[in-house]
Write a protein that binds this ligand. Structure first.
Ligand SMILES: Nc1ncnc2c1ncn2[C@@H]1O[C@H](COP(=O)(O)OP(=O)(O)OP(=O)(O)O)[C@@H](O)[C@H]1O
Length: 428
């Protein structure tokens, strides 16, 4: 009897333990299934915060020319989304929905040697070079503290900027909003601005070939902003100091998509942008359009040809030359004297004639950015076929065919390497 009741107690206890375990398992299972949709929902609601297409890598593909350059700390994953290099994931920085990192003030303070590594000062505030502990170098733009922009507006701007990615744009890679400061973190452009190459004695004069490549890079970056980005972005401040060069002298357009409240020109009420590059139509109508950017590109093309500052006398100089130039002849008189005659006459005339169309007074007579890309691509393609023809006429047939078969590019200068990389870009 005693044995029976002992067995009964053991049986009931075991049953209870098994029952509790089963109940716990069922509870955990139930919780897991409830959480899964929540996680998915939080991801989709984050990406739905902004009513625009995620036009990063996809839109870059549309424009066919959007791989991230060697100066970018980002790389593309196999599924085409932008991901951070392994080093970044180890840090405490947070990645937002658009792939933009939130940097901590402390990390940036350390990386800029307590904000002493100044590389320049713009209308928005100082720009510092930052050497991150992961080895990456970035540029930190500290927005002026008197900015009227609130925290919410700043985050919206960061999200919008973070969705714009193109190999010819100085891409935003992160931000910091701490201690009452707003900072934007960009890819570092080690070769400085186009303006410094055109006007500073620190650099050798840019070759004519390189100037055309730079013009094409700029046109491609702007074509993406005008026709690839959704919603489209009008730059509003195209100028040589906003064109930055990376390690391999590829040009990228900087300062796009920022709120321009602080940038109202000090010389004229309600006029934003930089004198010398400003569309006359905008000055009279106060309406800035894509064609106003095209006007700025026209000025920039003349700046590349003549290496004269638009804020001084570039356009007067151009108008004088236009009176003497006939259709596609005579523009060589404005070419930068530092080139010492080392330029292709036909290319100079072709680019100048087109640049003159870009600065037409009437916006409807100006081409659009896609036309600018097409014309400059044609110039570069014609150059390459001329070079190929010249090379094949100089090489004995056996040597020529062996170079073609092996694709041997060793021993080529920096400029030639750039030529070859253009070859691949043109094939896109
Ligand atoms: N990503 C970057 N990499 C390297 N240097 C940069 C970078 N961004 C800006 N700079 C340098 O910092 C300086 C200031 O740049 P910023 O864009 O703030 O002003 P700006 O274009 O010179 O003038 P403004 O603000 O009036 O347009 C420039 O000399 C530029 O060369």
């Amino acid at each position: 009897m005693e044995g029976e009741s002992f067995g009964l107690i053991v049986g009931i206890s075991l049953g209870l333990v098994i029952g509790v375990l089963l109940a716990m398992a069922a509870f955990l299972c139930f919780r897991y299934h409830r959480q899964k949709p929540q996680i998915l929902n939080s991801v989709s609601s984050r990406s739905a915060t902004l009513p625009i297409r995620e036009n990063g890598p996809d839109a870059c593909n549309i424009m066919s020319d959007s791989t991230l350059g060697p100066d970018s700390p980002m790389k593309s994953s196999s599924n085409g989304r932008s991901v951070w290099l392994a080093g970044f994931s180890k840090r405490s920085n947070v990645i937002s929905a658009s792939g933009i990192l939130e940097y901590s003030y402390r990390d940036l303070q350390k990386a800029t040697c307590n904000f002493t590594n100044l590389i320049g000062q713009g209308a928005f505030g100082p720009v510092y070079k930052a050497q991150m502990s992961t080895g990456e170098t970035v540029a930190v733009k500290v927005l002026a503290t008197d900015s009227k922009q609130g925290q919410k507006e700043f985050h919206t701007e960061v999200m919008l900027l973070g969705r714009l990615h193109h190999r010819n744009l100085v891409n935003l890679v992160g931000y910091c909003a701490e201690k009452g400061q707003h900072m934007l973190i960009y890819v570092y452009m080690s070769k400085g601005s186009l303006a410094s190459h055109l006007y500073s004695n620190k650099y050798e004069p840019l070759s004519w070939d390189l100037r055309v490549y730079i013009a094409l890079d700029v046109a491609r970056g702007l074509e993406y902003l005008h026709d690839g980005a959704v919603p489209c972005v009008i730059h509003r401040d195209i100028k040589s100091s906003n064109i930055l060069l990376d390690q391999s002298m590829r040009a990228r357009v900087a300062d796009f998509g920022l709120s321009r409240e602080e940038m109202v020109n000090k010389h004229a009420a309600n006029i934003r942008g930089t004198f010398g590059y400003l569309d006359p139509e905008y000055i009279s109508t106060k309406t800035f359009t894509k064609k106003s950017d095209v006007y700025g590109v026209g000025v920039l093309l003349f700046e590349l040809i003549a290496a004269r500052n638009p804020q001084q006398d570039l356009m007067e100089y151009v108008e004088l030359a236009a009176m003497n130039a006939e259709e596609k002849v005579g523009w060589e008189e404005i070419v930068d004297s530092r080139l010492d005659g080392r330029f292709d006459l036909q290319e100079v005339n072709e680019v100048a004639v087109f640049a003159y169309k870009c600065v037409s007074r009437a916006p409807r007579k100006r081409p659009n950015m896609r036309d600018v890309v097409q014309v400059l691509t044609r110039v570069v393609k014609a150059r390459h076929s001329r070079k190929r023809q010249k090379k094949s006429s100089l090489l004995p047939p056996t040597v020529e065919s062996s170079v073609e078969q092996t694709g041997d590019r060793s021993g080529l200068s920096e400029n030639h390497r750039r030529d070859n990389s253009m070859d691949s870009t043109l094939e896109d």
